[in-house]
Design a protein around this ligand. Structure first.
Ligand code: G3H
Ligand code: 13P
Ligand code: ZN
Length: 312
C-alpha cells in the first residue's frame, strides 16, 4: 500500500470509537519499532515529523525511511504527517516533498490570523491531495523551540470551533483540554484530569469531525524509574492517565500524539544498557534493546490505549 492521507482512517476511527496513534519519528530505529508493532497488530498508523526532526535527520532521509517502512509493511495504511508546521513555507515544502498530511500550528496567533494562515495552507494542500490539521487553543510545554508556560496555556473555546473549521476548511482540529507537551505534564500529588466537558461541547458543534490530542504521552513510571536508577535525573515526570486517553478515543478524538513516551523508553533502555555493560561501544548493541522496548510500548498503546489494533 502506498502512503495514504488520514481521511479514511479518521472516518473509520470516528465510527469505530478508537484513535489512530501518531508517533514522532527521528531515526531508523524509531521508524522500525513503530511500524513493526503496527504491522504485527494490524493497526493503521501516522508517522509524524517535526521541524526539529527535519533539522536533525534531514527531510529526504526521513521520507526515505518512511517509504522503506511502506515497502516492509504493505498490509497497513501509513500516513506521513508534518507535526507543528510553523509557516506556510514549511507546510509547502512538506507537501511538495511527499507528505500526505500537514499540521499548520498557528494557535499562538490571534484568531483571525490563525484562520488566514490555516486557510492558505488548506488551499495549497487540498490542491495537491494533502490533508490539513489545524489547532485552536494553547497547550503548555515545549514543542520545537517554543516553550509555552502553564500560565499562558489556555483551553480551546468551543464557541470558536465551528467558525474556525468552516472558514479554514481544515480536515482535523487539535484542541487543548489539559494535555501538554513533554514529560512533566502535571504536578506530583495532583489529580490529572482532562476536560471532557470541553471535548464534548466541541464535538457537539462539529459532528463527525475528527479531533486531535497533542501532548498525550503517559510517561510510564517504569521508564522514569529506569532513567533515574541509571544515572538520569527526571524527578516528578508525570503524564496523562491512559484510561483518560482511552475514553477520549471512544469520543471524537481520532488522532493521539505520542512522542515523549518513546523518547523515555529509548533513553531508559540505553542508560540501563551502559550501566550494565560499561565495556561495550557498538551502537547496534544498545540500539537493539532500545528499538525492542519502543516496539513493545507502541504495541501496548495500540491494544490498550488507542484501541486501533486489528483496524488496518
Ligand atoms: O510536540 C512536539 C514533538 O514532541 C516533537 O518534538 O520538536 O523536539 O521534535 P521536537
Ligand atoms: P508528548 O510530549 O506528550 O509525547 O506529545 C507529543 C506531541 O504532541 C507531538 O506533537
Ligand atoms: Zn504536539
Amino acid at each position: 500500500m502506498a502512503l495514504v492521507t488520514s481521511k479514511e482512517m479518521f472516518e473509520k476511527a470516528y465510527a469505530g470509537g478508537y484513535a489512530v496513534g501518531a508517533f514522532n519519528v527521528n531515526n531508523m530505529e524509531i521508524v522500525q519499532a513503530i511500524t513493526e508493532a503496527c504491522r504485527e497488530e494490524k493497526a493503521p498508523v501516522i508517522l509524524q515529523v517535526s521541524k526539529g526532526a527535519r533539522a536533525y535527520a534531514n527531510h529526504t532521509y526521513l521520507v526515505k525511511l518512511v517509504e522503506a517502512a511502506v515497502i516492509e509493511c504493505p498490509e497497513i495504511p501509513i500516513v506521513l504527517h508534518l507535526d507543528h508546521g510553523d509557516s506556510f513555507e514549511t507546510c509547502k515544502s512538506c507537501i511538495d516533498g511527499g507528505f500526505t498530511s500537514v499540521m499548520i500550528d498557528a494557535s499562538s496567533k490571534p484568531f483571525e490570523e490563525n484562520i488566514e494562515i490555516t486557510r492558505k495552507v488548506v488551499e495549497y494542500a487540498h490542491a495537491h491531495g494533502v490533508v490539513v490539521e489545524a489547532e485552536l487553543g494553547a497547550l503548555a510545554g515545549v514543542e520545537d523551540e517554543v516553550n509555552v508556560s502553564a500560565d499562558s496555556a489556555h483551553y480551546t473555546r468551543p464557541e470558536e470551533v465551528e467558525e474556525f473549521v468552516t472558514r479554514t476548511g481544515c480536515d482535523s482540529l487539535a484542541i487543548a483540554i489539559g494535555t501538554s507537551h513533554g514529560a512533566y505534564k502535571f504536578k506530583p500529588g495532583t489529580n490529572p484530569q482532562l476536560r471532557f466537558d470541553i471535548l464534548e461541547e466541541v464535538s457537539k458543534k462539529l459532528p463527525n469531525f475528527p479531533i486531535v490530542l497533542h501532548g498525550s504521552s503517559s510517561v510510564p513510571q517504569e521508564y522514569v524509574k529506569m532513567v533515574n536508577e541509571n544515572g538520569g535525573k527526571m524527578p516528578g515526570a508525570i503524564g496523562v492517565p491512559e484510561e483518560q486517553l482511552r475514553h477520549a478515543a471512544e469520543l471524537a478524538v481520532c488522532k493521539i500524539n505520542i512522542d515523549s513516551d518513546l523518547r523515555l523508553a529509548m533513553t531508559g533502555t540505553i542508560r540501563k544498557f551502559y550501566n550494565e555493560h560499561p565495556d561495550k561501544f557498538d551502537p547496534r548493541e544498545y540500539l537493539k534493546p532500545a528499538r525492542a522496548n519502543i516496539k513493545e510500548l507502541v504495541r501496548h498503546k495500540l491494544v490498550n490505549v488507542l484501541g486501533c489494533a486489528g483496524k488496518a
